[in-house]
Design a protein around this ligand. Structure first.
Ligand code: MN
Length: 498
């Protein structure tokens, strides 16, 4: 699986020559200490690179130009140590094309009441220097993230870390290539969309192939390769026969192993990072890819069922944005399936016909072979499990005809304590924020799909910031959502995003 580049972030400090060389030496010393401290914190997922203090038009323009050109630079962190007249930032900002963070901090944490004098004031004046800079960024309408607080505080560093992951998502979005195996499911609206506009807005390349093209790759996989992978499955997962003949069961599992290997070869050879399938279009395939797709998602590929390329790309985006996280809880394609409406216990059972990513599993993972209620292929093998409890987000990218909207719902995944022995698919159970009734009403009002890109490891703001960078509308559904306000927001946005 293709990994993103070895990205770095530049730290650019603003000042001016008015203060004299002694003061500028002090500024440079402070910023070196800060960059060093940030890198040693162990919290930031990517390296911060110190840059010489920016004091005039020429140095600012040159630095932003170099940041654009440097393939490993994923963004610039800006901070005004002292007062930096913001007209000198116009030219550089006009040319800059990468993610921008405004770190509104101060080298010194506290006011030294006993000793404070004008020299101290002059060397600790982010409070007004950053307002001058912030003004010009706002006036120029440039999208940026602002993080406020003392630079050594863990919470501040964690917010910088979150922004870095968003920045990677922004940088890598333009390289996402989506393989459509067949077309979208017949008559379905929400999985459709404008692929040209998606490439303009998000940079995604979305290509279709005949199912038979990829089926050929599956047929060419050798028996030896299939046997080895099946052996791996049998070692890794619980085998749940459900009374089926063990030889027949193994043959069904082998079909999915062959699909996994064939699909992966096709994806790697043609450099695609997300894939969609459609159970209506399976020419040349013995089973709907279930287990195979689950394994590919776990390896980092995006996926959308029934031709849903928007969700496939979003799942891939989430995989990219979380790839540095060591103990991640997982991200997956998901579908709202069945409600539990008992007061006090409300929630939505999440699943799909087959394709839920095992990265979100809580506890053991089993393989089952069961009939599919739709389509006309043989019973597919699939991985079955329940999912981790905890906070997460579910997102849906929809095409409204003239524009895209990203809907982001904070959800609480609840422990799945009651066994569902007859449910032959992986599942999660969550309660949307602020509660099931308002959450579901808001989701439907906003036009959200039944398919979602789901992650435990990303925050709502990170996805909203990504949407802002792409120039599209984001709707948050969370603790603060009220239907009255949401209706007004949707109405106002329909004018603003025209
Ligand atoms: Mn579906």
């Amino acid at each position: 699986m293709r990994k993103s580049k070895n990205y770095k972030f530049w730290f650019a400090t603003g000042s001016q020559s008015l203060y004299g060389d002694e003061a500028l030496k002090e500024v440079a010393l402070h910023t070196r200490i800060m960059v060093d401290g940030l890198n040693k914190s162990g919290i930031l997922p990517f390296e911060v690179v110190w840059k010489p203090t920016l004091i005039d038009n020429a140095s600012i323009r040159r630095t932003f130009h170099e940041a654009n050109m440097d393939e490993e630079c994923a963004g610039v962190i800006t901070w005004m140590h002292t007062f930096s007249p913001a007209k000198s930032w116009i030219l550089g900002l006009q040319e800059y094309r990468k993610p921008l963070l405004h770190l509104h901090t101060q080298f010194n944490k506290e006011i030294p009441y006993e000793t404070i004098d004008m020299d101290f004031m002059n060397l600790n004046q982010s409070a007004h220097g950053d307002r001058e800079y912030g003004h010009i960024v706002s006036r120029m309408g440039i999208e940026r993230k602002i993080v406020v607080g003392y630079w050594e505080d863990q919470e501040v560093q964690e917010r910088i870390a979150d922004w870095m992951r968003t920045a990677i998502g922004i940088m890598e979005s333009s390289h996402i290539r989506i393989l459509r195996v067949g077309d979208n499911m017949r008559n379905v609206a929400v999985t459709e969309g404008d692929k040209v506009e998606a490439q303009i807005k998000f940079g995604w390349e979305i290509d279709a192939y005949n199912v038979t093209d990829i089926a050929e790759y599956v047929q060419q996989v050798s028996k030896g390769e299939v046997d080895a992978l099946v052996e791996e499955y049998y070692n890794k997962y619980d085998i749940i026969l459900d009374g089926r003949d063990s030889e027949e069961f193994r043959r069904h599992v082998a079909v999915q192993a062959q699909i996994e290997l064939g699909f992966e070869k096709f994806l790697v050879e043609k450099d695609y990072h997300a894939i969609v399938t459609n159970f209506e279009m399976l020419s040349g395939l013995q089973q709907l890819p279930g287990h195979a797709i689950q394994r590919l998602m776990e390896k980092g590929y995006g996926f959308g069922a029934e031709g849903d390329w928007k969700t496939a790309a979003m799942v891939r985006l989430m995989k990219i944005m979380t790839q540095d996280i060591a103990n991640k809880k997982g991200s997956s394609f998901m579908e709202d399936y069945t409600y539990h409406l008992t007061p006090g216990e409300e929630g939505i059972l999440q699943a799909h016909m087959l394709e839920v990513c095992p990265s979100i599993a809580d506890g053991p993972i089993g393989i089952r072979v069961c009939p599919l209620s739709m389509g006309n292929r043989e019973d597919p093998a699939r991985l079955v499990f329940t999912s981790k409890p905890g906070k997460a987000i579910a997102t849906s990218l929809i095409d409204l005809g003239n524009r895209f909207r990203l809907i982001i719902n904070e959800v609480e995944c609840l422990p799945q304590n009651i066994p569902m022995p007859k449910l032959p698919v992986a599942s999660a159970f969550w309660r949307p924020q602020p509660n099931l009734k308002t959450g579901a009403e808001a989701w439907i009002l906003a036009g959200g799909a039944h398919h979602t890109a789901f992650s435990y490891d990303l925050k709502a703001d990170q996805m909203g910031d990504w949407a802002a960078a792409m120039g599209i509308e984001a709707i948050y559904i969370d603790q603060d959502t009220s239907i009255r306000n949401l209706k007004k927001e949707l109405l106002w946005n329909s004018v603003a995003y025209r």
